[in-house]
Design a protein around this ligand. Structure first.
Ligand code: DX5
Ligand code: ZN
Length: 216
């Protein structure tokens, strides 16, 4: 049975004990550290910016999976490369010249991801799917942790999987928002490769064990 790669979202970490929480992820079965950057413009919330990403990078031993929920991300691509981003994901809805943005991310040596809001149709990626390394399907409206999973996500995973296969793309499918052990297996069965989980991991009694359970 296929196992998911887990990307715990540090948005739900205890910022007063960030080093401790990053080290918990280091020692766990997680594959990435998921880092949510929000600008208060693209989404109605501000999370954290470069100094915090720098602090996370200082202690992280796993690749940084950086999810930019910001307008005009082109302004900061180089800065995120310098901060150690392994995957840099931008939102489809925030990029007028998405192809140019993707090429720039890759030229900086990072993996390029594209995130889709719940209302954004997967087929809009038809002409870019061969150029990208990751499709991030938002399973909640971006901006906040702790929201309920949107059921239509399963359908979008299937569409993304079909598109990736048809176009011979190597893109991975990542699911972000409301992920718990109640839906993790079903998500993987539908075609998800990476599961992001914030609240479910960090609000649990034993986060490391929760990561293991999510992995399946
Ligand atoms: C939401 C973020 C998510 C968030 C997930 O906009 O992109 O990564 O941290 O949090 P949970 O797992 O609590 O829904
Ligand atoms: Zn995220």
């Amino acid at each position: 049975m296929k196992k998911a790669r887990i990307a715990p979202s540090l948005l739900a970490a205890d910022f007063g004990n960030l080093q401790r929480d990053v080290e918990m992820v280091n020692a766990s079965e997680a594959t990435y550290h998921h880092i949510d950057v929000m600008d208060g413009v693209f989404v109605p919330n501000i999370s954290y910016g470069m100094p915090v990403v720098k602090a996370i990078h200082k202690y992280a031993t796993k690749p940084l999976d950086v999810h930019l929920m910001i307008v005009d991300p082109d302004r900061y691509l180089e800065e995120f490369a310098n901060l150690g981003a392994h995957i840099l994901t931008v939102h489809y809805e925030a990029c007028t010249h998405l192809h140019r943005t993707i090429q720039a991310i890759k030229a900086l040596g990072m993996k390029a991801g594209v995130a889709l809001n719940p209302h954004t149709n997967v087929m809009l990626l038809e002409d870019i799917i061969q150029d990208i390394d990751l499709v991030l399907i938002m399973s909640v409206n971006p901006g906040f942790g702790g929201q309920s999973f949107i059921d239509n996500t399963y359908e979008k995973i299937k569409q993304a999987k079909e598109l990736i296969t048809r176009k011979n793309s190597t893109a991975l499918i990542e699911i972000d928002g409301g992920v718990t052990t109640a839906n993790s297996q079903k998500l993987v069965d539908a075609g998800a490769d990476i599961l992001v989980a914030g609240s479910f991991v960090f609000k649990s009694d034993n986060p490391s064990n929760t990561i293991k359970e999510l992995k399946g």
